[in-house]
Design a protein around this ligand. Sequence first.
Ligand SMILES: Cc1cc2nc3c(=O)[nH]c(=O)nc-3n(C[C@H](O)[C@H](O)[C@H](O)COP(=O)(O)OP(=O)(O)OC[C@H]3O[C@@H](n4cnc5c(N)ncnc54)[C@H](O)[C@@H]3O)c2cc1C
Length: 394
Amino acid sequence: MEPLLEGSLSEPPGVHTPYTLKVSVNSKQVAIIGGGIVGLATAYRLGERFPGAQIRVLEKEDAVGRHQTGHNSGVLHSGLYYKPGSLRARLAVEGIRQMAEFCRENGIAHEICGKLVVAADETEVPRLRDLEKRGAANGLEGLRWLDGGEMREIEPHVGGVAALRVPQEGIVDYTAVCDTLVAKLSERGARVVTGARVRRLRRLGATWIVETTAGEFAAGFLINCAGLHCDRVAQLAGERRDMRIVPFRGEYYKLRPERQHLVRNLIYPVPDPRFPFLGVHFTRLIHGGVEAGPNAVLAFAREGYRKTDFNARDLADALTYGAFCATIPRCAGTSCGAPSAASYSAVRSNAWCPRSSPPTSIPAAPACAPRPSRPKASWFRTSASLRGPMRCTC
Ligand SMILES: Cc1cc2nc3c(=O)[nH]c(=O)nc-3n(C[C@H](O)[C@H](O)[C@H](O)COP(=O)(O)OP(=O)(O)OC[C@H]3O[C@@H](n4cnc5c(N)ncnc54)[C@H](O)[C@@H]3O)c2cc1C
């Protein structure tokens, strides 16, 4: 068959990846599995590069962005943390620029408010200095080192000894980003098919037949953007499942309205290098309110947003996955993931205590309330527990 879709899916302008993905497929039908932000953005860029391609996004839920994309903190990250020169770092730095531009052009609610990464005490200062170097090496401009007094000019209720200000970072409505992407895809003739759970993938010559709960679709080219199920979708296509998704639930609280003034924008701890999480942070939300979280708790279901959600297959998958089991001893006895005791207390002392007061002066009323809007469990149950370091249950 004559190649109908040929081209070079290379890096976006300004990003120079070490490789270029050459695309040459014998059909211009492209099926993208998963309607989260990754699937939709992939469809959008692919449509720009190959205007003749027939692009379909197949999403199992009845709307897009129902999983990670619709449950995240809504922060525009800049690539501060990533290893200089890595693909991740370069994509993040370029990505935040492109995302802010996309939001501006399309009137999507967002705000580049900047973020503080706070060293709670002197022991965290060297790691914060490393982050500063990383950020500079990654091309972030305007990074500012702040001493205690300077950081409190920006966040008056922050404690700690020093902070790094990252001016590029901000907050956004990722659900609105997805809705805009869907509208733009439709304008260009791409189809976003919801209620289409991909159940089976089979080959018919050079064509993939995608069997879904909304019928069959033929495609010359498949792109797996299935997020929490990407390993299973890869397996449907005949790939080995060497990598598995192990679900962790992020638990958040919302600050009570009368305490929201304690946090102006984004306050992050210095991450604990032992864990692949950013740490418990305070996030002002684009549509109002302030969240505290997340911690990271092993979830019993990949799409389990409540403590009681359970899926036997998901749990069995995690517990029989050697790579995951090998990490359990690392977590045991620690506040797993983001909330290392030190970084947690950095944020804690900053956000709920007047900075000059001892911890006992934490307001009698809890600063946090369980977040009602999203079905995530809460870990701060009482005002008393606000004072103790957070522990996760893994
Ligand atoms: C707690 C938390 C906080 C975060 N905070 C931020 C943040 O502040 N800023 C930030 O930039 N990033 C944040 N992230 C990361 C970000 O949310 C994810 O990287 C991003 O949403 C991943 O998008 P995705 O499209 O890959 O996955 P998803 O949004 O999960 O989308 C995958 C889609 O695939 C669909 N799907 C799966 N299987 C099938 C199938 N068989 N057939 C059809 N469809 C299928 C799913 O229904 C889903 O809609 C956070 C993540 C978490 C968990």
